[in-house]
Design a binder for this molecule. Structure first.
Ligand SMILES: [Zn+2]
Length: 84
């Protein structure tokens, strides 16, 4: 059986532009082939943590919206069914 999601090989993309990162073992830094920026391992994990948090916040905000919408819909339904 093949896995549904193939694992990405090598270092994940640049947090700035999503380009490919090349690791330089001499300077222990990653250089982006897209925008040319250099990142240390720490900078990369920090940048990734930030992105992850932003996504999580955006998703939970959306979820709150959904919940509120559902609650209002329910309230509307509840009130209208009471009238009849
Ligand atoms: Zn880049």
């Amino acid at each position: 059986m093949r896995p549904l999601r193939p694992r990405r090989r090598g270092p994940p993309g640049c947090p700035e532009c999503g380009g490919m990162l090349l690791y330089d073992s001499d300077t222990k830094t990653y250089t982006c082939t897209g925008c040319g920026r250099m990142f240390t391992r720490e900078e990369l994990s920090e940048a990734r943590r930030k992105i992850f948090e932003e996504i999580r916040e955006a998703m939970s905000a959306e979820y709150e919206d959904e919940k509120e919408k559902m609650y209002k819909e329910y309230l509307k339904w509840y009130l209208s069914s009471k009238k009849e």
